[in-house]
Every structure is written in structure tokens, then in C-alpha cells.
Ligand binder design. Structure first.
Ligand code: ZN
Length: 233
């Protein structure tokens, strides 16, 4: 009651920086709770966006947001639209090169260690019709230079002119921008940094390596995102 009439209370906007930074917290729905309850990585998209933003903090330009355009559509809410800046420049150029004649249908972009953990779990458990899934840390969708294109047949020759290579045998929808660096492991390091910021009493090594200690924390991490998000925001 005293606070409500305190004339010297700071105006609302002066409180903003602290509120924006958040406080350390790993409260929320544990990632591992989705091992058996869903088949969509949209379940961990909020946490994944935090991890992607933290990679961008660590390595500016290596993992930037790309967006739907008149010639680019996303297939659903599980698309995590991040790639390197040079990959994005070439993707946009390829998409717009055809005028209004065709649309690039993106099934998948970046994938964080948290999303790959779930895909790998579903594969191990024989769930969700997944016939193969790389170990977390090793997926070519953690490289920052990959997209899956649903209507790949319409685009394969056009994308080739923009350094988007179609070279993974047996994975027809998959393209890699081979002129961009492969940043695999950066998302693991970003996760480790966010974990340590939010769990001061449970510190883990920040080595970019997906080992048992990191896996244990991935399982416990909050799907809704940590209390403290990306450090450069
Ligand atoms: Zn792919």
C-alpha cells in the first residue's frame, strides 16, 4: 500500500532494463517431457529461438533470421528460420529470380540441439515415423547453411546457380549453401552458455561438445525458454 502512493517511485520505463534481461530460471516444461507426447519440434520453438539468437550474439552474421517473402513460404510453425547472412542473400536472390512464376516451399531451416535431441529420441523410440536422425550436435541442419525445400524438383537447377548445393544422397529435399561456413556445435555452446546463466548452482563446461552432462541439461531445459535469454539482446 505504501508503494502505491510513493511519489518518488521510478517511472515504469526506468524499470525496463532489468525486466527485459529477466532473472535466472530453468522453470517451465522440461524438454524431455516431449519424448513421448508429440511429433512436432514446434513444442520447443521458443527455447530454440533463444539458442539461435545466442549463436548470433557469439558469431554475428553467421545465423540471421530469414523471412517469408512473396516467393518464399514456410510449411508450418516448426520451421526455425535462421541461416548465415550470405546463405540468406543467395536464397532471397534465387527465390526472386523467377518473378511470380514459382514459390519456394521451406520445410526446415536451422535446427537447434534441443530440436535434434527430440528428433533423435523419437527415432530411438520408434516414434513419429522417423527413419533416421543424426546425434544431437551432428545434424547438417545445425550447420547454419541448410534448408529443406518441399518442391525441390522445381528449384534444384535454380538454387544451384546461387551456391545452394543438392548433394546429400537419399535426402532429396535437402540443400546446403556450401559457400557459408559450417557452424555445427555453435548451438551446443550457445545452449551451454544459456544454461550456465540460468543455473548458477549447476555449471557445466562451455565446450560446444554434446556430452552426457549437456544432454542431461537439454532434457531439463524449459521448452518456453530460459528466464535469461540471449546476452546481446
Ligand atoms: Zn535437410
Amino acid at each position: 500500500m505504501m508503494m502505491a502512493i510513493e511519489p518518488d517511485a521510478p517511472p515504469e520505463e526506468m524499470m525496463m532494463p532489468d525486466a527485459f534481461m529477466g532473472t535466472p530460471s530453468i522453470e517451465g516444461t522440461p524438454v524431455a517431457s516431449f519424448d513421448t507426447t508429440t511429433c512436432s519440434t514446434a513444442s520447443v520453438i521458443a527455447l530454440s529461438r533463444q539458442i539461435a539468437k545466442q549463436v548470433d550474439c557469439m558469431m554475428p552474421g553467421q545465423l540471421v533470421l530469414f523471412e517469408e517473402q512473396p516467393n518464399i513460404v514456410f510449411s508450418g510453425g516448426a520451421v526455425l528460420p535462421y541461416m548465415s547472412e550470405s546463405a540468406r542473400t543467395d536464397l532471397y536472390a534465387a527465390a526472386s529470380s523467377q518473378g511470380g512464376a514459382r514459390t519456394l516451399q521451406v520445410n526446415s531451416g536451422f535446427r537447434t540441439v534441443v530440436q535434434q535431441y527430440l528428433l533423435n529420441q523419437w527415432f530411438r523410440l520408434g516414434r513419429c515415423g522417423i527413419t533416421a536422425a543424426a546425434e544431437p550436435g551432428n545434424s547438417n541442419h545445425q550447420s547454419g547453411r541448410a534448408v529443406d525445400i518441399a518442391n525441390w524438383q522445381e528449384w534444384v537447377s535454380i538454387l544451384a546457380q546461387y551456391s545452394w548445393d543438392h548433394t546429400v544422397p537419399g535426402d532429396e529435399v535437402h540443400f546446403d549453401h556450401t559457400n557459408s561456413p559450417d557452424i555445427r556445435g555453435a548451438d551446443v555452446l550457445a545452449f551451454q552458455q544459456l544454461w550456465n546463466l540460468n543455473a548458477p548452482d549447476d555449471q557445466i563446461a562451455e565446450d560446444g561438445d554434446y556430452g552426457p552432462a549437456t544432454e542431461e541439461r537439454v532434457r531439463m531445459a524449459p521448452a518456453e525458454g530460459f528466464g535469461i535469454g540471449a546476452t546481446c539482446e
